[in-house]
Design a protein around this ligand. Structure first.
Ligand code: SAH
Length: 213
């Protein structure tokens, strides 16, 4: 077996050891090369289970957390998905293999255009990346079947909950940026919302406005 295949097998084994069992999620993570979303020396560390710097003071998430969040989101082939916090574009790329269409929003124009380049190179044609303050969502494209936040909010933003279809699911880290945050799953029902706590996590905060880079 060549070294790259061996590293990939270990990577998938590691994701399974973290409790990720959904074969669609594991297959998506097998096909999307995390190295494509990293630069320079960080590329060599793509298959380590750690967050890594991507510019604009932001990070690409730890792969096991990407896998856990993706599994919790339960994306189906016909789904329209919104991600807040494009960052490197890695999470959006994984989502694009599971759903019909992915909208991803980041407050940094530079991150959005770099992610777009990678989507093009990988021929991922069902992703639309937008530079905007994601806390407003994308009302013109709503409702969404699934919404994923990859930056921590103090509470589930009501504007985003309003853009979720009934029966839809939103997964997000909730809590103060300098404290332990909880990953929660919100399901929108006919009468309100069901909340479920999944685990503790640590994400950069959801910030207001457009970034200066
Ligand atoms: N999902 C990314 C990692 C996200 S890091 C990946 O796969 O690489 C969190 C991202 O959220 C950062 O890029 C940050 O700029 C973005 N962010 C923070 N607040 C935001 C907001 N209000 N609107 C849009 N993006 C935001």
């Amino acid at each position: 077996m060549n070294v790259a295949a061996d590293i990939k097998m270990q990577f998938l084994f590691h994701l399974r050891s973290k409790g990720v069992m959904d074969t669609r999620v594991l297959t998506a993570m097998e096909h999307i090369d995390r190295a494509a979303f990293l630069k320079g020396l960080f590329r060599d560390r793509a298959y380590e289970d750690v967050p890594l710097a991507i510019g604009c003071g932001q990070t690409i998430s730890q792969p096991s957390i990407v896998a856990i969040m993706t599994e919790a989101l339960d994306v189906q082939p016909r789904h329209k998905v919104l991600e807040i916090g494009t960052g490197s574009g890695y999470q959006a790329a994984i989502l694009s293999r599971l759903g019909r269409r992915v909208y991803t929003v980041d407050r940094f124009k530079r991150l959005v255009s770099e992610a777009e380049e990678v989507f093009k190179a990988l021929n991922l044609t069902n992703i639309t990346a937008v530079t905007a303050d994601g806390s407003h969502g994308l009302p013109e494209q709503s409702p969404f079947d699934r919404i994923l936040l990859t930056a921590a909010a103090e509470d589930p933003p009501s504007t985003l909950l309003a853009q979720l279809r009934i029966g839809g699911i939103m997964v997000l880290p909730v809590g103060q940026s300098d404290a332990v945050q909880r990953l929660i799953r919100v399901t929108k029902t006919e009468t309100g919302y069901d909340y479920e706590e999944l685990r503790t996590v640590r994400f950069v905060p959801l910030l207001e406005g457009i970034g200066q880079d």
